[in-house]
Design a protein around this ligand. Structure first.
Ligand code: NDP
Length: 288
């Protein structure tokens, strides 16, 4: 598809994330030149989920690019929760580790409890911002590590240079990792926020009222282009394969781009920002 034939301006997450990573690289180099140790991000991957392997590989490559030391652990899916918690405790205690990431989802066929695993991470090293303490801090508007995808979405939204106060945002999806935290961040910036989900009665009508649409559903092109209010900003979090096997978002991109003022592509929109924010969270934990 030729993206240049869309009237909406593209919110280019790939280019923005590269700028952020380059800036982080300079800051890490400055620490190194001042004789300080490198920041360290520990990544833990349990099991053989192919998508998780790709996500972790991309995160590790970004660490290498920026000069953040990556301490990587791959565990067999049958290793069990006790061994995983023991490893997390060791990383919590390690002075070389400033951020810890446990790649989700954990294998379903074993007895892992994701909430217990996330709660075992030292909140000060919680690079993903999923610890209940940090999620509570976000709800109270206190400074704490913010989940990477919502944080990246806010950076993209700021690229539009709009005065956000009082505008109407509609978030489709209410997960703990995207929908709920992005709703809180938008509220913090004084938008009026509507959260939609699978039981929402008239999704099209809700989306049609939005100045800002965040789609975080996981259903290919669920949000139709003709639902978009002319001039809206559309931030598409979804990563899906359509029937032809092509990577698409949760928004019908081509039609939505005919009405939106700004829109993120998939791929190359929100996805790369998630990785940049992970490294930014790690660097912020290192500086704290
Ligand atoms: P979840 O599956 O945890 O949540 C999906 C949400 O969508 C739920 O709240 C669900 O509602 C809602 N939903 C499902 N079907 C409908 C529907 N027909 N109408 C309205 N709402 C619906 O997903 P995540 O938040 O983890 O991820 C969402 C998408 O974003 C996925 O495609 C994922 O791959 C992608 N993603 C991308 C990232 C990136 O870096 N770009 C990072 C994280 C996720 P209910 O609560 O009622 O079930």
């Amino acid at each position: 598809m030729n993206l240049s034939d869309t009237p909406a301006q593209l919110l280019d997450g790939k280019a923005l994330s590269e700028r952020i990573l380059n800036s982080l690289k300079e800051k890490v180099e400055a620490k190194h030149n001042a004789g300080m140790p490198a920041p360290g991000l520990a990544t833990i991957l349990v099991g053989n989920d192919p998508a998780s392997h790709i996500y972790v590989r991309n995160k590790r490559r970004a660490c290498e690019k920026v000069g953040i030391t990556n301490i990587h652990h791959e565990l067999d899916e049958h290793v069990g929760q006790a061994a995983l918690l023991k490893l997390i405790q060791e990383l919590n205690d390690s002075p070389e580790v400033h951020g810890i990431l446990v790649q989700l989802p954990l294998p379903k066929n074993c007895d892992y409890n994701e909430n217990e695993v996330l709660a075992a991470i030292d909140p000060a090293k919680d690079a993903d911002g999923f610890h209940p303490f940090n999620q509570g801090a976000l709800m109270q508007g206190r400074k704490a590590p913010v989940p990477c995808t919502p944080k990246g979405i806010m950076c993209l939204l700021d690229e539009c240079g709009l005065d956000l106060k009082g505008r109407h945002a509609v978030v489709v999806g209410r997960s703990n990792i995207v929908g709920k935290p992005i709703s809180l961040l938008l509220l913090e910036r004084h938008l009026t926020v509507t959260i939609c989900h699978s039981r929402t009665r008239d999704l099209a009508a809700e989306v049609n009222r939005a100045d800002i649409v965040v789609a975080a559903v996981g259903v290919a092109e669920l949000v139709r282009g003709d639902w978009i209010k002319p001039g809206a900003v559309v931030l598409d979090v979804g990563i899906n394969r359509n029937e032809e096997g092509k990577l698409v978002g949760d928004v019908e991109f081509r039609a939505a781009a005919q009405r939106a003022a700004w829109i993120t592509p998939v791929p190359g929109g929100v996805g790369p920002m998630t990785i940049a924010m992970l490294l930014q969270n790690t660097f912020e934990a290192y500086n704290a």
